[in-house]
Write a protein that binds this ligand. Sequence first.
Ligand code: ADP
Ligand code: MG
Length: 502
Amino acid sequence: MSADEILDYDSVFEKYEPVLGFEVHVELNTKTKMFSSAPNEFGDEPNTNVNEVDLGLPGVLPVVNKAAVESSIKIGLALNCQIAETCRFARKNYFYPDTPKNFQTSQYDEPIAFDGYLDIELEDGEVFRVEIERAHMEEDAGKLTHMGGAAGRIQGADYSLVDYNRAGVPLVEIVTKPIVGAGKRAPELAKAYVAAVREIVKNLGVSDARMERGNVRCDANVSLKPIGQEKFGTRSETKNVNSLRAVEHAVRFEIQRHGAVLESGEKVVQETRHWHEDTRTTTSGRPKSDADDYRYFPEPDLVPVVASREWVEELRATLPEPPAERRKRLKTAWGYSDLEFRDVVNAGVMDLIEETVAAGLKAAAARKWWMGEVVGRAKAAEVDPGELGITPDVIVQVNGLVEAGKINNKMASQVLDGVLAGEGSPEEVVAARGLAVVSDDGPLLEAIDAALAAQPDVAEKIRGGKVQAIGAIVGGVMKATRGQADAGRVRELILEKLGVEG
Ligand code: ADP
Ligand code: MG
């Protein structure tokens, strides 16, 4: 297989602009399958969660899963779609061993949700609106595993295994309208769009949304057209791009590949493409025309789905606050700068700060503790900040000890070490480790006398006006008090004692 030529990324945009389109499949986390009572469970022994409906045995009848319809309506609403008053399932006919019925029950010209949009925020804060064409319900296919060949592909395999546990798992397919105008930021937008969809379905609770398990899968359509031309160019469809990074890279690669094809005077072939993570390239799949003959027809075994307006409004009332709006609200409430807020989100401590603020801490202090003390430790331990073992309560307690003047910031860090080492609550760590700022002047004066007596020559210098020599005495006192003295207060007391002006 010869590698495709690619054009330098920036050069593409001198002549062409990209058009994108995404088909995102979301697996719903319902208890049972779309049309049968078999369990919808990931990771079980192959072919154990399968019944006669999933296998398409003669005489069986499908029944629509109400929970899956509810989840689909919620997704439609979260994508700002219209919800169809009535819609139907259709048979998409094709023969392939992953679908024992020889057709996929899907929706065709009557999707449950249509005409929506999603506002996608790019990294620099620019917002780009992506229009949603439709979101429709369908069922997943079984999973084929090709054995003996290279890279798990069917080419060169000795035999294939099939697992029907996934056959019939409820899916919602979300299809965008063609996206024009992203320009050079097309790959970034692609990644941000899929990330937003994943976040929304996760936030709705309708999908586990784990891309590495295939809960969210993206087909990325890309074409180029000469700048200024209305008519779209021929698209390629890169299938099953299953990580956010891969979506970004696949779109970028396809833009460069299309550029090279067009620049050499050839035509782009309308086809599916496979993404290869190792080489970060795509290779040709199968040719695909817009009129592939799936012989769609309405599913005769299922009645239409009627979504009453009351039901839709009931479901709308249950929707959680959209993630993007929640971020905007928290940023304003906390008064963080753009950069501060982005760092907090990227470090994965936004929820933790929210809980800490709810427990009574000021937002600035909460950020200081989580970003300054916890994020680094979590990174070192290779866990999420929330999994480290420091709770918002602990942060509130440690902050309280500092504010009360019982410990200083340096000791606070030791207290957190103690909490992580299982030494108990912050108060208990302070007691057990004997940490406390010495605020009483008595013991300080004793330590100062001792330090002055130990270094009479330094004491003499200070008396003579060489105030900068005081560091040696302060150091002696800090050492004697094991770092628990307030260095500023020690300095004041030494000067007083020696009768020297600071
Ligand atoms: P198919 O079944 O062929 O995959 P779909 O309608 O499900 O078709 O999805 C096609 C996707 O490609 C949609 O998101 C659509 O907006 C997008 N699209 C259509 N034409 C083009 C084009 N010329 N360039 C880029 N994307 C396109
Ligand atoms: Mg499609």
